[in-house]
Design a protein around this ligand. Sequence first.
Ligand SMILES: Cc1cc2nc3c(=O)[nH]c(=O)nc-3n(C[C@H](O)[C@H](O)[C@H](O)COP(=O)(O)OP(=O)(O)OC[C@H]3O[C@@H](n4cnc5c(N)ncnc54)[C@H](O)[C@@H]3O)c2cc1C
Length: 593
Amino acid sequence: MNKLDAQRQKEIQQAEELLFTGPQVLGFAKGLFQGHFVSDWVMPYPRIPAAQQGELDDTLTELRKFLDEHLDPAEIDRQADIPRSVIDGLGRVGVLGMTAPKEYGGRGFSQMANCKVLEEIGRRCASTSVFVNAHHSIGIRALLLFGTHEQNQKWLPKLVTGEQLGAFALTEKEAGSDAANVQMQARPSEDGSHFILNGEKRYITNAAIAHELTVMARTPVPGSDKTAVTAFLVTPDMPGFEMLEARMPKMGIRGTATGRFALRDVKVPKENILGPQGKGLKVALTVLDFGRTTFGACCTGAAKTCLELAVQHANTRKQFNKTLGNFHLVKKKIARIAADAYAMESMTTVTAAFIDRGLEDYMLETAMLKVFTTERLWECINDVFQIYGGSAYFVDLPLERMMRDARINQIGEGANEVLTSFIALVGMRGPGMEFKEIYDTMMKPSRDRMSKAWAAGKSRLGATIRVPDVPVQSDQLRDYARQLGHLIRRFNFAVNRALITYREPILDMQLVQERIANAAMDLFASTCVLSRLDGEIQFARRNGDAAAPDHSAANLFLRQSFRRIRGFLAGLTNNDDKSVLATADSCLVGPHS
Ligand SMILES: Cc1cc2nc3c(=O)[nH]c(=O)nc-3n(C[C@H](O)[C@H](O)[C@H](O)COP(=O)(O)OP(=O)(O)OC[C@H]3O[C@@H](n4cnc5c(N)ncnc54)[C@H](O)[C@@H]3O)c2cc1C
């Protein structure tokens, strides 16, 4: 086996270990790749139960009042600091322990309700929403998910009130996108009572203000010469903990404290291991699922602010004797922001509901949500920036700050390129395995193999012929539902064709992967929008609302999303990929290198 093959085998083995721990119920996104519309997970549109809605409304009222009175995003950006009074206030409202169980002092909110809270903060100040995410969505998440009762009793009560703060430390110089390449070492002590940690972490949000850090480090695998990543609870008062840079100066989300620290022979008791020893990457990826969901909520909030600002300016600024809102090229931008904000909210709600309803595997959906919402938000900010013209460039308006703040979203918690490739490859794995079954049987027929290959063949063929049913309740949405069903079938056909045409080399063909992932993301987004629209129409009907609610943004999104999906699928056979790669290669080895 050559070096490249060995590396590929290692990557596949790692991914298998992380992602495919056993048979699971078919999730929505994996279903799309198989040509199915798994309607149970997405329809009807999820709603927060009435009992919790009241509690959420009260919390949102209290939160809005607090933010109106005490949160100054421009000052936070100028001072590059979130005042302790703001952190304390968020703690009092319950934001810093929203989803923690009540027995540990948390609010016991669902993910859906928590997303509404994060949307409200993301609407106003990205520094503050990223701080809350780092503390709650990822900082204390490993404890919430994998902590034992003793660990939770010991650590959570102070963390959920904000008296103490949390952070999540995965990234290192050599382990950025390649998260599995963690180099920090954790050596067991001779008596087995603790581990000795050595190494450095960088780019860690809240590192310098946290009292508890979930740190990923490499431990030996007993009985072998291998190592695996394990999650540890580390506190900065442990001897050997050295803060190298408390606040790395940076472009956006300047209020957050992004730090670099070293652990030098830090003794961490074995009781501080979170989750099973050696399963730290699984812990990290599960934690990031939650982070990516609230990322979607924060981006939704920011997109709604973009819409408000765009409308305000377009209705007041006059040029050529007209307000800007009269020009079609301005209208186009406003319409697009409205459509995208509607979709971002719908997708966030549906994804959060997957977590609340206990779907076992929602990695694909959270990755889709993260990539989709962060890319759309970047477009929204660019559009509203353009509508404001020169005035957007000056610091008395929030737009230049919003633009600086939003840029991290496409990089943090998994760069969008890495997640795009992940979406395509994990999604295609199901149909890919079926084709492999058929291919292996053709090469080496046997009685046992024949029956498996027959089942795989039937499944692949069935998905190619069948148009999945998209069960909407509202008559006026049947045409959209029919179009969506046809697009899923076309998508499945395109996935099959790509797998048959390229076979294993597809693992490296990121331009093909990108089109497949983009189509899948728009199929998921359209589904969420259709489900929500259906729910709203049915709700209005049940309540006898005479006036038809305005659904123009949802309608526009569906039309644009369907058009994009057709474009992505057409691009699979009509593209400039060879030329793109040749040009890049000539740059990479040519006079620019
Ligand atoms: C402000 C800020 C806050 C952060 N907070 C935290 C935190 O709290 N905890 C934590 O653990 N980490 C944190 N991070 C780290 C963040 O998650 C990483 O920056 C991110 O994972 C990317 O790693 P990297 O910066 O090393 O980029 P690299 O891995 O060097 O990647 C650079 C670029 O290369 C491209 N690329 C890389 N791999 C591939 C691939 N396989 N295919 C195609 N393209 C690829 C992508 O375009 C990517 O953007 C934070 C970072 C920042 C900037």
